[in-house]
Design a protein around this ligand. Structure first.
Ligand code: F3S
Length: 407
């Protein structure tokens, strides 16, 4: 691997032990993946920040690093394991919460911003087209690569920290033009309308593309919302390992099919039959004890919609609306939080059911509008899940049961 003078100095220890250790990690990664050089970066979104995922090993790793140095560039943090402001009131376990706060303190000491969300692009960390990043969190990676046209590999906690300390990433994977060409062409005949339908399409795309880069056609005249694009970005990365997808006429690297299609590719069609297979996978009817929207974290529009649906209602099942604390502050100001909480639902900040220790509550069923949550929840907590529209999530919470979609 070719290093420039500054990078070589970092590797030789001229900038201290932490920088040297981090550069060694990046060089080792670069060698594994055949990188020829490093790329400068100014933007890190670090995963592995939930104490549920990091554990004591992660906590000690970051605490040790925080005693040795600081971040060189801007760092935001992914979703954590508690609501950082209301953890006591919401009943998060004290010992878990204290360890989580310790981990955050170590990151903050190094210079990380207090932004604990899987949608950093909604709260101020907005990459520009072509910008090289070191981001973690699968849904945010696919959103930034695909929707924004930025360039990141899937960073883990240690490699994100190394990038934050050095301002470098090894040049491989999605940083390179040749790895951004589509290798799977998906003709979309069953076109999505709602967020749930975008999530269903994404779930199909992830399952057929796996590690390929898919390009979708047949959607050129659709005018998607940010919520639609957030839903598909999360879904492609849960049923498969898709970190980059293109939609002709919608995503910035795909003005035409020819612009983005590689020389070798497979071809499949998403039709009513494939749509129904995903729907059937996540069908549940019966009593409901937990309803969640906000995976990935809600936009202010989604919270407004939930407030409209919950206005003057009272819910029987527990209901979480997950978002960042920046977005909740706006919801507070707009009066949405008061309406939602008057109905008995909760706006939970900074965390989500996948990254906090919710399993201790003993829920049996989770209804959600998120394909990602519907995919992961059964394996994490041995629950049944149903993937339904936002309006139906609220209905299921009000009734404490779900009778199914009327055909
Ligand atoms: Fe975000 Fe948690 Fe879903 S991190 S994408 S809300 S699983």
């Amino acid at each position: 691997m070719r290093l420039d003078d500054d990078e070589q100095k970092m590797l030789d220890g001229a900038h201290g032990e932490l920088v040297q250790k981090c550069m060694k990690i990046l060089v080792a990664l670069g060698e594994i993946y055949g990188a020829e050089k490093m790329i400068p970066v100014n933007n890190v979104h670090s995963p592995g920040v939930s104490y549920r995922v990091a554990g004591d090993a992660g906590l000690n790793y970051v605490k040790d690093a925080s005693k040795m140095g600081k971040f060189k560039i801007s760092v935001t943090l992914n979703t954590i394991g508690i609501d950082s402001e209301r953890w006591k009131e919401l009943g998060f376990a004290e010992d878990f919460s204290i360890s989580q706060l310790e981990l955050l303190d170590a990151y903050k000491q190094m210079g990380a911003k207090e932004m604990y969300t899987c949608t950093p692009y909604l709260t101020g960390n907005i990459p520009y087209y072509g910008e090289h990043l070191a981001w973690g969190e699968s849904s945010a990676i696919s959103f930034s690569n695909s929707i924004l046209g930025a360039r990141t590999n899937r960073e883990g906690g240690p490699s994100a920290l190394a990038a934050a300390v050095t301002g470098r990433v090894p040049a491989y994977g999605y940083h390179l033009d040749e790895n951004r060409k589509a290798t799977c062409h998906i003709k979309v005949e069953r076109r999505p309308n709602t967020d749930r339908e975008w999530a269903i399409l994404g779930y199909y795309v992830g399952s057929v593309a796996s590690k390929d880069v898919p390009v979708l056609t047949g959607m050129e005249d659709i005018n998607p919302t940010i919520e639609n694009l957030k839903a598909i970005s999360a879904a492609v990365a849960s049923s498969g390992a898709v970190a980059l997808f293109h939609i002709v006429g919608i995503t910035p690297e795909a003005p035409t099919l020819e612009a983005v299609l590689g020389e070798q590719y497979k071809m499949v069609t998403f039709d009513d039959r494939e749509y129904q297979k995903v729907v059937d996978k996540f069908t549940y009817t019966g009593s409901v004890d937990f309803v969640v929207i906000g995976c990935p974290h809600c936009t202010i529009n989604e919270i407004e919609h939930a407030a409209q649906l919950l206005s003057d209602k009272s819910i029987k099942a527990d209901m979480w609306i997950c978002t960042s604390h920046q977005t909740k502050k706006l919801a507070d100001k707009m009066g949405y939080t008061a309406v939602i909480e008057a109905a008995g639902a909760k706006i939970i900040c900074d965390t989500c059911p996948v990254l906090c220790p919710t399993s201790s509550k003993g829920y049996r069923v989770i209804m959600t509008n998120s394909a990602k949550l519907a995919h992961y929840a059964p394996g994490l907590w041995n629950v049944e899940t149903g993937l339904i529209e936002t309006e139906d999530c609220v209905k299921a919470a009000i009734d404490g049961r779900w009778g199914g979609i009327k055909k």
